[in-house]
Design a protein around this ligand. Structure first.
Ligand SMILES: [Fe+2]
Ligand SMILES: [Fe+2]
Length: 173
């Protein structure tokens, strides 16, 4: 029997027989996925000055990552594994950008940013660096956060970006 689960981080619905292990939209870990009746919106909290500054930096990182992964996907052969991988990354980063914009109460900016580095190898290396850097920033932002909802957001982002970093690392071997 299918049930309606909702990701507490991005708010996206999952129709599934059992709780998914990771949110397929934002990559949040299982502990943030629950039944629809237990869902409450993550954003809408008043941000402190520090949280606002960090959230703006988060939005910028996520917009760049989305644009970059989209460009890498586009640069690779359609329906190739590489195109699919970077399309998958881009979708997750876009979801992160959307949540950050909702926290800030601003419209989603245009997705502009880095371009492909010219080869799959170089793009996987850049991905590894981008994700490692994002994780470092988000660990700081998590430590700076006052509200539980902002903390949950960064906890989920660190999990998701770490997953991307590990995929890139695995592909490079
Ligand atoms: Fe999610
Ligand atoms: Fe992200």
């Amino acid at each position: 029997m299918l049930k309606l689960f909702v990701c507490q981080i991005c708010g996206e619905p999952h129709l599934a027989a059992s709780k998914p292990s990771d949110c397929q939209f934002c990559g949040a870990p299982e502990k943030f996925i629950g039944l629809v009746e237990d869902y409450s919106t993550l954003w809408g909290v008043e941000l402190t000055e520090q949280e606002k500054k960090d959230m703006e930096a988060t939005l910028a990182l996520e917009v760049n990552a989305t644009a970059y992964y989209k460009d890498v996907a586009k640069a690779n052969e359609k329906y190739s594994d590489t195109e699919r991988l970077f399309k998958g990354f881009a979708r997750v980063e876009k979801e992160h950008a959307e949540v950050a914009a909702k926290f800030l109460g601003v419209p989603l900016p245009e997705f502009t940013g880095e371009k492909t580095k010219g080869s799959v190898q170089k793009d996987l290396e850049r991905t590894k660096d981008l994700e490692t850097n994002a994780m470092g920033e988000y660990k700081d932002f998590l430590a700076n956060a006052s509200s539980q909802k902002v903390k949950d957001f960064y906890t989920a982002l660190i999990h998701a970006e770490n997953g991307h970093r590990m995929i890139a690392e695995g592909e490079l071997k």
